[in-house]
Structures are given as C-alpha cells and as structure tokens.
Design a protein around this ligand. Structure first.
Ligand code: SF4
Length: 211
C-alpha cells in the first residue's frame, strides 16, 4: 500500500475528539474539495506491506487507530488493513469521503463518512446508497462553508432521517464561515447534531502536517 504518513496525535474531530490516536494516512484521493487541507496526500507516499504497517502501529501503543487519507478507499487493500487492525483488537475509525461504496469496510470499524456540501464542488460525486450501510456506531460529517451549505445539509439530514440512523456532525471549513454563526443556526433550528471544531488546528498551527 502507498502510505503518506503514520503518526500519533490526538483525534481532532468526531465524537472521538481529544483521544490519543494513531493515524494511517493512505496516499491518493479521487476528489478535489475546495477546502482540502491534505493536498500533500494526493501523490506523496512510500510503499509499505500491510505487515510493516501493523508493526509500525503496534510501536505507538495506542488502542485507537484512524485510517484516513487522502481517501482510504482509493486503495483496494484498505478493507484488508482495517480487518487486520480489528483482529488485533484495535478500535478502528475509517474516515472516508463518501464517494466510494463503503460496504467493503468491515462492520466492526467505525465509519466516519463525509457528505460533501455544494461549496466543496464535490457533492455530485456522493454515493448516496452508502446511507444504507450506516449504523449508530458510525458518523456522518458535513463541512459547512456558507449559509447555502448549511441549508443544504439541513435538508439532507431531514430527507434521509440521518439523526435517527447515525451520529451527525457539523463543522466548518477552516477560514470560511465563523463557527459561532453556524452554532447559532443549529440552536435556532434545534438540529439534532453535534457541532465539531478541528481541535488539532487550534492546538498546532493550522498547516502543520503529522498532527
Ligand atoms: S476528500 Fe478529503 S483528501 Fe480528498 S480532496 Fe476532499 S478534503 Fe481533500
């Protein structure tokens, strides 16, 4: 597999935010979101066998592992890697952009799936059937850049009954709309969602890699 980086940090997002976590960033992504902060993961990376990835992960001694990218499912071997991590009793989060069929991700992994809003310019590429694979173990994430994105997300949450199916996260694209504004909208609308900040961008400089 082509791996961009493996590092230990705290999980900056999702309902696992704040927990120590080892990250495996797989090289490659089929999307090009307007606000992408991991452009360096599109091409750069080193070939590693699954066994050497597992050895590397063991050395960090964290029970929580996040498989991310780029887009992990752009690598056909990602589901096997996730399965082997689960077999070693890691809690495994898989962050995916929502454009691939997530049915290949093992059931016991926690799927953290983006639903790309219009301002990302990628919403037309969502694989909507993925919603059928989501459970209460999983999370969907909307990244908002504008009022238009917020209204769109609200409509998608309503249309698919997402809050009943899974955990719904709303965050902002860094440097676009103010978090306070989006939180006010959520409160006014009584949305059954969790607002999230990208914690790592407040702890370290926003452009820092490997955190
Ligand atoms: S899916 Fe993620 S890695 Fe791919 S372009 Fe969008 S933000 Fe960047």
């Amino acid at each position: 597999m082509k791996i961009n980086e493996i590092f230990k940090s705290i999980q900056g997002e999702t309902s696992y935010a704040g927990l120590p976590c080892t990250f495996i960033r797989i090289t490659g992504c089929n999307l090009r979101c307007n606000y992408c902060d991991t452009i360096y993961a599109y091409e750069e990376g080193t070939e590693m066998s699954i066994d050497s990835i597992l050895e590397n992960i063991d050395s960090f001694k964290s029970r929580l592992v996040c498989v991310t990218g780029g887009e992990p499912l752009s690598d056909k071997d990602a589901p096997s890697l996730v399965k082997k991590l689960l077999n070693k009793n890691y809690t495994v989060l898989v962050e995916t952009n929502g454009s691939y069929d997530i049915g290949s991700i093992p059931q016991k992994a926690v799927k953290i799936m983006d639903i790309k809003c219009p301002d990302s310019n990628m919403s037309r590429l969502m694989h909507w059937q993925n919603i059928n694979h989501l459970t209460k173990l999983d999370e969907v994430k909307f990244i908002i850049s504008s009022r238009r994105d917020y209204e769109w997300a609200k409509e998608i949450i309503r249309k698919y009954g997402l809050s009943e199916i899974t955990n719904v996260l709303i965050g902002t694209a860094f440097g676009t709309i103010s978090s306070r504004t989006v939180v006010q909208w959520i409160l006014e609308d009584n949305l059954d969602v969790r607002f999230q900040l990208q914690l790592h961008k407040y702890i370290w400089e926003p452009q820092t890699k490997g955190v």
